[in-house]
Design a protein around this ligand. Structure first.
Ligand code: ADP
Ligand code: TRP
Length: 335
């Protein structure tokens, strides 16, 4: 199977990115082809400074490698190094109904949160669909918030095939029952439901746009400050602590091994200990879970040349796959 996923280089990675997305990407590395890319073209919609863009792109690459992406098994590359993504974006865009984009909720959400209402943001789902379809991907592991984008990618692939592939039958997209197979394969989303939403330090969804993140590769001091600053209520030390809506409880549940969490849960409900004790435990869990990756990240940051070589090599491998698919698309549309 061909597995593909991308992550924007629009900020430093946080716990929400890891538990909501990256952790499961890495589980697919042993599939026949696993492609992971840094969506820097998508990030242009929010990062408007060239120097910062280069730094963030490099940082996301290092973060993937530090968290266990193995370039011997998976292909890691920068979206902008494979121009076929942008080329398919345009061709696909010619069959995309405007109404689909107008109904897409991520555009509306992002504009509501203050991002500027530019064409790039509006057209974002088409580029994302092109990212997926250019490799004939079977499965796309993503966070919950990307579900609609995957549905759109399927709809548009199907429409493209109906328009351009004579004999294509939408009820037989792979041509297994007598129809002609499509040029574009309909991808499937793989969504991890259990950690659908990781809470941030203020109890809302953890997100860099809410300034409530715990960064995976922040300094020890910054991590401590974020964890010790998690919002809690004023339940007195001796009383049982409420569970519903508590970010601290949610994060402990996410990070503690299930066997240890049962005991944490019991103490939480029993009362007698203050929130500070539980915050300290979360901090210890954070370090136990991520210190090995944090050390690798430090090492990689001393050797940017090595990271660059991984990206260049990845781009070359990705390009040879994308070029084949692009040739089929060009042939189908007659350009
Ligand atoms: P942010 O909200 O910080 O801007 P992104 O939108 O760049 O994060 O998210 C990248 C990936 O990480 C997405 O697939 C998304 O589903 C996942 N993700 C981000 N924040 C969370 C969270 N709080 N809980 C679960 N998954 C998350
Ligand atoms: N939109 C995705 C996000 O914000 C990133 C992304 C871009 C992506 N292109 C993709 C994810 C293709 C999967 C497949 O998380």
């Amino acid at each position: 199977m061909i597995i593909l996923s991308g992550i924007q280089s629009s900020g430093r990675l946080h716990l929400g990115n890891y538990y909501g997305a990256i952790r499961q990407f890495l589980e697919f590395q042993d599939e026949e082809v696993a492609l992971y890319f840094i969506a820097n073209l998508h990030a242009l919609n929010s990062v408007r400074d060239g120097k910062q863009m280069r730094e963030l792109t490099q940082d996301v690459a290092m973060s993937y490698l530090a968290l266990g992406l193995d370039p011997a098994r998976a292909i890691l590359f920068r979206q902008s190094d494979v121009p076929e993504h942008a080329e398919l974006f345009w061709i696909l865009g010619s069959v995309v109904p405007l109404a689909d984009l107008m109904n897409a909720h991520s555009y509306k959400d992002k504009v509501a949160r203050g991002q500027s209402a530019d064409f790039g943001l509006f057209a974002y789902p088409i580029l994302m669909a092109a990212d997926i379809l250019i490799y004939n991907s079977h499965v796309v592991p993503v966070g919950q918030d990307q579900r609609q984008h995957l549905e759109l990618a399927r709809d548009w692939a199907s429409k493209f095939n109906r328009v351009y592939v004579p004999g294509y039958r939408p009820d037989d997209p792979e041509g297994l029952r007598g129809g002609t197979p499509g040029v574009l394969r309909l991808p499937e989303a793989r969504i991890l439901e259990s950690t659908a939403v990781v809470p941030g330090t203020d109890g809302q969804k953890m997100s860099k746009s809410y300034d409530n993140t715990i960064e995976l590769f922040g300094s020890d001091k910054a991590v401590k400050k974020a964890i010790m600053g998690i919002t809690t209520d004023s339940t007195p030390v001796e009383e049982p602590k409420p569970v519903a809506g508590s970010a601290l409880y949610g994060l402990l549940k996410l990070m503690a091994p299930a066997a240890d969490f049962a005991e944490i849960d019991r103490r939480w409900r029993a009362g007698g200990e203050g929130y500070g004790v539980f915050k300290k435990e979360l901090l210890d869990l954070f370090h136990a879970t991520f210190d090995a990756a944090r050390a690798r990240h430090d090492e990689l940051s001393k050797d940017p040349g090595a990271v660059e070589r991984v990206l260049q090599d990845g781009a070359q491998r990705a390009r040879s796959l994308a070029a084949e698919q692009m040739a089929r698309v060009r042939r189908a549309v007659g350009v």
